[in-house]
Design a protein around this ligand. Structure first.
Ligand code: GTP
Ligand code: MG
Length: 179
């Protein structure tokens, strides 16, 4: 059976851990600890090592296993990003719609050249979360700004707490990987 390593990347709070927990068919290996700062009612923990989950999916090419890895979003753990990226078949770039760096992050990952970082050569899908927390004006501003970026990677607007939504992001990525 084919086996693909998928890496969830994105800033702290962009719902990497949540997405992996939603989609995984096994108990997720998690390294979340209480946040030492910036904790909120909604988010009290942060990943300090990695998340690992796993699911079997089926498409026209047959069944395959997706191994889901989540990086820690806090930049103080950035040394682990390159390590976790090794052997990766595809990336999910998680974007928090309420984050002031949302567009900056999308721009960075979609315009970096191969000499900047190898990861942008990988099949990538962008998943934007928390759009439910934006008012209509802020949402249309964000959509407009994203449109201006002329991004080639598929963009899906999801709630990472919803299993079906995360699985559909993974299906879009799998299509790209198996193309
Ligand atoms: N309102 C809302 N909340 C969401 C949505 N998706 C995820 N969340 C919440 O956002 C938070 C995301 O937290 P995590 O999954 O820990 O984020 P992370 O990217 O793993 O963060 P680090 O481990 O610190 O890098 C959780 O509290 C989720 O319940 C969404 O679409 N809408
Ligand atoms: Mg996390």
């Amino acid at each position: 059976m084919d086996d693909y390593k998928v890496l969830f990347i994105g800033r702290s709070g962009s719902a990497k851990t949540t997405a992996i927990n939603s989609a995984s068919q096994i108990n997720v290996v998690s390294t979340d600890v209480a946040m030492s700062f910036m904790a909120s009612d909604e988010k009290k923990e942060t990943t300090v090592g990695l998340d690992y989950g796993d699911l079997l999916v089926e498409d026209r090419a047959g069944q395959c296993r997706l191994r889901l890895y989540g990086v820690p979003g806090q930049s103080r753990f950035s040394f682990s990003w390159e390590i976790l990226q090794q052997g990766c078949s595809g990336l999910i770039l998680m974007i928090d719609a309420t984050d002031k760096f949302a567009i900056e992050d999308i721009h960075y990952y979609t315009t970096a050249t191969s000499s900047d970082c190898e990861r942008i050569m990988l099949p990538t899908v962008i998943a934007v979360v928390k759009s439910d927390l934006l008012n209509l004006e802020a949402l249309s501003k964000l959509k407009e700004a994203i449109q201006k970026e002329n991004i080639l990677s598929p963009i899906l607007w999801i709630d990472a707490r919803n299993k079906d939504a995360v699985v559909s992001v993974l299906s879009v990525l799998l299509k790209q990987i198996r193309r």
